[in-house]
Write a protein that binds this ligand. Structure first.
Ligand SMILES: Nc1ncnc2c1ncn2[C@@H]1O[C@H](COP(=O)(O)OP(=O)(O)OP(=O)(O)O)[C@@H](O)[C@H]1O
Ligand SMILES: O=C(O)C1=C[C@@H](O)[C@@H](O)[C@H](O)C1
Ligand SMILES: [Mg+2]
Length: 169
């Protein structure tokens, strides 16, 4: 499972890792969009963040019961303590760690599709970025993704998963 702030690459890297391991990839945001038949910004504006979070918890609880999947959760999933504990208990949790400096350079790629960032100044986003680090502090493995291609990061994750399999055999 991949966690981390919005835009650090959870969906991109999760997808690549799943392909490399011949496993199914599940993106929780995508699952929620499919359930509602709406995009994330539409869900936030039509039914609100609270309902989104409730659905997020429900979907993660169901998906976490499935074995051998590669999962990416939304950047805010670990705001819910219960979700965090469930994920830590049932999945290998990789935290994708991107510096604020590198994140800033990527903001234009994600700003329109992340309602949590809507209307925020760079200062507000920086504050949120650092506040959120606390919820990602519990994980099983930290992956530094600064100045690395997605492909390179995915290879690194796959190597570390394979190494842990060998150690457990
Ligand atoms: N290592 C990388 N180098 C450069 N760009 C990247 C890298 N990883 C992802 N990106 C780009 O950054 C943007 C955000 O990536 P992605 O959607 O995978 O983030 P995310 O962590 O899933 O975000 P969210 O929490 O909002 O779902 C995309 O445009 C993606 O192509
Ligand atoms: O960090 C967040 O709070 C969010 C991240 C996205 O992945 C989506 O789950 C949604 O836009 C909320
Ligand atoms: Mg994503």
């Amino acid at each position: 499972m991949f966690i981390g702030f919005m835009g650090v690459g959870k969906t991109t890297i999760g997808n690549l890792v799943a392909k490399k391991l011949y496993r199914d990839f599940i993106d929780i945001d995508h699952e929620i969009e499919q359930e509602y038949g709406m995009s994330i910004p539409e869900i936030f504006s039509e039914i609100g963040e609270e309902a989104f979070r409730k659905k997020e918890k429900e979907v993660i609880s169901t998906i976490c019961q499935k074995k051998l999947k590669v999962i990416s959760v939304g950047g805010g999933a670990f705001l819910q303590e219960e979700v965090k504990q469930l994920c830590l208990d049932s999945c290998i949790v990789f935290y994708l760690d991107l510096s604020w400096g590198s994140w800033k350079e990527r903001v234009n790629l994600i700003i329109d599709s992340r309602p949590v960032l809507k209307g925020k100044s760079m200062e507000d986003m920086e504050k949120l970025f650092y506040e959120r680090q606390e919820i990602y502090a519990n994980h099983h493995s930290k992956v530094n993704v600064d100045k690395k291609e997605a492909e390179e990061i995915a290879e690194h994750v796959v190597d570390s998963i394979k190494l842990s399999w060998e150690l457990y055999e």
